[in-house]
Structures are given as structure tokens and as C-alpha cells.
Design a protein around this ligand. Structure first.
Ligand SMILES: Cc1ncc(COP(=O)(O)O)c(C=O)c1O
Length: 461
């Protein structure tokens, strides 16, 4: 959680003066919502911004302040806000009905597109969210293998259901977070990302008891803690050898790292893949895709033919026509244009330009990432680094994941907002295909000013 910075901070004062409408909206929100937010990552003190509208790579708060947006709808909006084609297709569908309680043509079209883009997608089951997708993938794996244990990587996020709710930002020893049953974590085996020796030892000891291994295939939080390709290949090899279902959680990487997700780039065929975010074009939606023989466990006839009980699965809004329309419009654009390549090019150029600011201002931080990710390493342990010598692969999740509430990061986020840029709280953000030269210029200028502000109040030496 991002803590309350001292009130004598000029950065905080400037932000408060700049955003009176957001402050008032937050005061009301605190009466309605625990912490005044409806998603933990939106929590920041003194208050989050309250947004009134958004278009392309920009958004405007209730005071009329404009921001270059790097929240990106928590990663769902690779085409930017209110993309005209996506909006038109959703509006067209809205007039035809939002829910038929029945099969419809758009779900078939959506599934065809996914199959044509994601290499391992033999069959598909739609869900409402990424959380539901990982929940179902792991259930399928347990049903298929008859085993109970799950292998996860520390720091990797797969939604907030019980088996995933610890070891992400804390409780790295596997102890349960509040509300999670004590015994549950006995069935969850956590290892460090990139620890091939630990993986080998665990496989030797537990390989035959593990139902599924699940991971974010380029590393947690959009690659903030990058994974070595060799580690992911080792995991594929070990899981295949021990009959473990390998689940690529591509809720973030799907349609972002490449048209076919991280699996296309890595050349690895997972057994199951979970998708959400970009999948549904900015509306709610998710999916489990993968091996036909595994997903057939949801099919009443195929399960019966195999002499097993079918896995039950419902969900009022699964593959609803509005999400399908937005998803189809988005995936078609990603399939038929260079939109993904443009996001990668923008992100690389922005990382370079921000690092240039750090060099010019002699700040021992680094901006790094791959694909569409921007990660600002604020060097809270004062390591002797420069942007050019910094190697995130040489570091562990404990160094790369900034503890929430670190004052410098909170002030960086607030200063950037005052100067017209809304970063995600990692700190950093995904970029969209709508970001262009004007956004680049505005972001770099805001970063330069924010660094100056932080230095002026002693947060940077
Ligand atoms: C990698 C990953 N998996 C799963 C989820 C959960 O998806 P949702 O928020 O749609 O439940 C997220 C959400 O941020 C995610 O980043």
C-alpha cells in the first residue's frame, strides 16, 4: 500500500492543490468503499485521481487536468482508450442486446480468432476474468491428474482466489493471508523465479504429486522481475517429464508480447493458457485455452465417454456479446496491423529517453523492461548502479519488487501526476499503440520535473 507521505512535502502539497475535485471524490469514496478504492493497486494517499473521461493515450480528471495514461486499464487497453473501432462494434452490439442467455455467433468468431493467434489453443472456455480463468485452469489440472499440489513462482500474480492469494507481494513463505485456510498452503509449493536448482530439487522430491505449475511466462508484473527463457524451458521439460500440467498465465502477456503471446516468442507449448485483459478489448472477460483432452473434462459427453465426472462450470457473463464484440474488434486490429510492434518500439524509446534523463541528472536509478513494459527501478537499497550497468536478471524478486508504501515511490507517482502523467504504481506502466511522439515528449518532461522535485526534498541524493 502506498503510505501517507509527510504533509510538509511540497510534492504532496502541489498534488493536493492541483486535484481538489479528486480529493472531494475520494472523501466520498471512503464512505462507500474500504480504503476508498475498488482495487487494491488504486490505493494511494493522500488520494487517487478521480477520472472523468479518457481517449486514446490520455485521460482527464474531474478538475479537467490532462494525463498521459500508463495505467492502460490495468493492462487491458493495448489500443488505448475508446478506440473508435472497438467503441463502434460495442455500440452496435449494445443495440442488439447485451445478453441472450444462449449461444451466439460472436462467441464462435471470438474463439476462432483466439485459435488463429494463440498457438496452443485447441479448445476454449470463456470466463469473466483472469482470476476465474486461473481458478478453472488449476481445477482442470487437478481433475486431469488426480493430484493436489500446485507449483507457483514467488511474486507471480494469478488473481485473488484462495490458492493464489499469498506469496505475491508478501507471505513469501507460503503462510496464508487473512481469510485463507491454514492448511491450504500445504498444497502450494513456492519456488524462486529463475531458480533452476530449486526446481530440479523440488521435482525430484515432489514431481509425482504436483498437478499443475503456473507462471507469468515473461516474469511477474509485466516482466518487472524478468524470467530467463532457459528457466521457462527447464520448467516445460520438467513438467512434461513428471506429467504436470503446465499453465502459462498469459493474462498480461497474451496479445501483448506477440500476437500469440509469450508462448509464441518462447517457442513453448503450454498445456493450458489463461487469458483476460486484452482478450476482451477493455470489457470484462477471460478464457482458459489449451489441450483438447484437458478441456474436454468440461464436456458432459466426452467426460462420460472417459468414465469421469464432468467439471461443473457456470458464469452469468461468460462470453457475453458485448465483451465478445470488444474482444473481436481488438484482436482483429492486433492480428491485422503493426499495433503490437508499435507498442514495443514506443516502450523501448521511452525507456531510453527516461534513462537519458537519469544519466543527465546523475540519478542512480534505471528504467528497464521488455516488450511493452516500463519499469522504474528506484534503487531503494542504494546499490551502485547506472542505467547502462543495471541488469535485472542478476537480481531477485525481493530487490526488484518495490515494497508498497515506500515514500520515494509514492512521491514519484504524485509528482508525475501533478506534471500530467499517470503511471501504474509498480512504478511504471504498460504502453499502448495510441502512445506517440507527443506522449513521449510529455512523459519525459514530466519525469525530468518529478526527479527535480524529489531531489529538492531530499528523496534523491
Ligand atoms: C498475470 C495475471 N493473472 C491473472 C490476473 C487476474 O485477472 P483479473 O483481474 O481479470 O481477475 C491478473 C490481473 O492483473 C494478472 O496480471
Amino acid at each position: 500500500m502506498n503510505a501517507i507521505p509527510p504533509t510538509n512535502s511540497p510534492i504532496v502539497s502541489a498534488f493536493v492543490t492541483h486535484t481538489p475535485g479528486s480529493a472531494a471524490a475520494y472523501a466520498e469514496a471512503r464512505e462507500h468503499f474500504p480504503g476508498g478504492v475498488t482495487h487494491d493497486t488504486r490505493y494511494v494517499r493522500p488520494h487517487p485521481i478521480a477520472v472523468a473521461r479518457a481517449a486514446s493515450a490520455r485521460k482527464w480528471d474531474v478538475d479537467g487536468n490532462e494525463y498521459v495514461d500508463y495505467a492502460g486499464g490495468h493492462g487491458a487497453l493495448i489500443l488505448g482508450h475508446a478506440h473508435p473501432e472497438v467503441t463502434a462494434r460495442v455500440a452496435e452490439q449494445l443495440a442488439k442486446g447485451t445478453h441472450y442467455g444462449a449461444n451466439h455467433a460472436l462467441e464462435n468468431r471470438w474463439a476462432e480468432l483466439i485459435k488463429s493467434m494463440v498457438p496452443s489453443a485447441e479448445m476454449i472456455r470463456f470466463t469473466n476474468s483472469g482470476t476465474e480463468a486461473t481458478l478453472m485452469a488449476l481445477r482442470v489440472a487437478r481433475a486431469a491428474t488426480g493430484r493436489s499440489k500446485l507449483l507457483r513462482l514467488r511474486g507471480h500474480f494469478h488473481g485473488w482466489h484462495d490458492h493464489m492469494a499469498f506469496g505475491v507481494t508478501n507471505h513469501f513463505d507460503g503462510t496464508p493471508t487473512p481469510g485463507i485456510l491454514e492448511g491450504l498452503s500445504e498444497n502450494v509449493l513456492l519456488i524462486d523465479p529463475n531458480d533452476e536448482e530449486g526446481l530440479a530439487a523440488l521435482m525430484a522430491a515432489e514431481g509425482e504429486t504436483i498437478a499443475a505449475a503456473i507462471l507469468e511466462p515473461t516474469g511477474s508484473t509485466y516482466g518487472q522481475v524478468p524470467l530467463r527463457d532457459s528457466f521457462v524451458h527447464a520448467l516445460r521439460e520438467a513438467t512434461a517429464r513428471h506429467g504436470i500440467v503446465l499453465v502459462f498465465d498469459e493474462v498480461v502477456t497474451g496479445f501483448r508480447v506477440a500476437k500469440g503471446g509469450a508462448q509464441e516468442v518462447l517457442g513453448i507449448r503450454p498445456d493450458l493458457t489463461t487469458l483476460a485483459k486484452i482478450l476482451a478489448g477493455g470489457l470484462p472477460g477471460g478464457a482458459v485455452v489449451g489441450r483438447r483432452d484437458l478441456l474436454e473434462l468440461l464436456d458432459p459427453e466426452r467426460a462420460a465417454a472417459r468414465g469421469v465426472e464432468k467439471i461443473p462450470h457456470q458464469g452469468t457473463y461468460n462470453a457475453n456479446p458485448l465483451s465478445a464484440a470488444a474482444g473481436i474488434a481488438t484482436l482483429e486490429i492486433l492480428r491485422d496491423t503493426d499495433a503490437i510492434a508499435r507498442t514495443h518500439a514506443y516502450a523501448a524509446a521511452l525507456r531510453g529517453a527516461m534513462n537519458q534523463v537519469l544519466v543527465e541528472m546523475s540519478v542512480p536509478w534505471a528504467v528497464y523492461g521488455r516488450h511493452t513494459g516500463i519499469h522504474i527501478f528506484t534503487n531503494w537499497k542504494n546499490l551502485p548502479i547506472t542505467p547502462s550497468t543495471f541488469d535485472p536478471l542478476a537480481m531477485g524478486y525481493a530487490d526488484l519488487k518495490v515494497p508498497r508504501g515506500l515514500q520515494t515511490v509514492t512521491k514519484l507517482l504524485l509528482a508525475m501526476r501533478t506534471h500530467g502523467v499517470d503511471f501504474s504504481p509498480w512504478p511504471g506502466g504498460p504502453v499502448s499503440a495510441a502512445h506517440g511522439p507527443a506522449e513521449m515528449e510529455a512523459t519525459v518532461a514530466a519525469f525530468r520535473k518529478a526527479i527535480g522535485d524529489l531531489r529538492a526534498e531530499g528523496e534523491i541524493a
